[in-house]
Ligand binder design. Sequence first.
Ligand code: NOJ
Ligand code: MG
Length: 571
Amino acid sequence: MDVMWCHIVSLLVIGILAVDSNNVQKSTTVSLKSSDDSLDWWQTAVFYQIYPRSFMDSDNDGVGDLKGIESKLDHLKDAGVTATWLSPIFKSPQVDQGYDISDYRMVDPIFGSNDDLTSLIKKAHDLGIKVILDFVPNHTSDKHEWFVKSNNMTPGYEDYYIWHPKSNNTSSNPPPVPNNWISNFKGSAWEWSEKRQQYYYHNFAIQQPDLNYSNPKVVKEMKDTLTYWLDQGVDGFRIDAVPYLFEDPQFRDQPLADGYTEYDINNADSLNQMYIKDLPKTFDMIYQFREHVDEYVKKNNKNETKVLMTEAYSPIEKQMLYYGSKDGSRKGAHFTFNFNLISDITNPNFTIDELYDAINKWLVYIPSGYTSNWVIGNHDNHRAATRYGKDNVDGFNMLIAILPGVMVTYNGEEIGMEDGEVTCEEGFDPQATKNCSSFNQTSRDFERTPYHWDDSVNAGFNTGHKTWLPVSEKSKEVNLKAQNIEGIYSHYNIYKELMNLRNNFKNSSTIDSLAVIKVNENVLQIVRSRDDAEYILLFNIGDKDETIDFLQAKMYHKVVVSSLKSSYEIG
Ligand code: NOJ
Ligand code: MG
């Protein structure tokens, strides 16, 4: 083969590969599947997260809604994604923007009606797009009927939540908080109920009391909730905040976390969260949810897998247990979100080592037989374009498109949306608005501003006078309409091309292997190979052009022929 020299910014090429061996610093090779593995629909899927409050507002009340989403499903089709995950749309006082649910089976009127959801699911299915709902099992709203009853000591509901018995050794009213546990949203995790004369536990906002998973009635209620939505034809669930399902029944104080010398009531990370997070029973609960959903599919002769994806910001060893038990006897989530590209790459000056390590960490730890996934953003983290820098938008979309397994896109990433501009007075995030002096550091409102459809008033999100969060000024420049013009070099056109490549590649029934190669200080190379084609990404994270010699590369991605179901081989 001729030597190929290539000046690259970030480039995805298909063809025969060669890399100058002298340049290569480090590489990893992983075999992905053998010809007898047929992959299920979700294993190569692109999940597109819609944040309903900010996607499309059909009735001009300032908040996005289901009819709005339905009217924009063509965009998802055009983009080429497989499925959409909707952040919570259920009845809620909206203290935590829908993650405080007061009725699991009812759509909140601000989003529309249950009929609107039925209609949306049908239209999505007609277009070949699957619909995933957000399932929030850890806590309800304090306005949920169960909490109201529990607070009132209504028989049968006393133990639906985590209540701490009142201590007899104190005369103060209320008594001191039961222990040192800190809420994820700052402050003590305990709230006093005048009515019940007891403290209840809330890992998130005060208005989000934690359910008691040691109570079989609660477990049954939540499994019934899953069944209810499966009956409505949904294709799976994203499961919220799973590490927090169980708490230490002895309510022991937590020790300081490594690296902390003092207790900070406004920082849950100052404690080692050993008694409230990733408790052994928590994994069992996820396995139970999986069994429940699989049984549903079997019993109802559904011929398609209903997928479970879990949200856990946990140490990697714990993360893997959400996939399934160590001995392989129990299955958990189909995949648990891989947040490493978010957690380990924190600013636009990231290094090639950080990128290489963030990718490898997942590949090294994931047990054989499980499907990887790649996430670069969501409604809880600054937007990818802001964290990685605008120039890296295409590189990261290419990266997660070429890496094996599931790709997740947060709405707006396909057009390179950056964070919006929001002041504390305009913000809603309950973890940030309590204290305006730290709003800029703590608020999640920036990544939640309305989607940029075009450059009209309110960026096409609605035609009314208000939007719940301000529309970003950047929408004039960065919007779908401006990018969706045939033949231009835009984030969106690149994204669509990536989806085409993925769709072609997944039809392969031959050997598939992956090589991750650190070519030099600025260039990462990813190679997906099968016997008839190779997909090569050269991702230049630097700010100048690089010249790469493609020669001799074959040796760096030697195809390791072993099944995904046996073991990974790192070469
Ligand atoms: C994780 C969700 O993604 C986040 O938005 C929410 O505030 C917490 N869980 C509590 O439900
Ligand atoms: Mg809990």
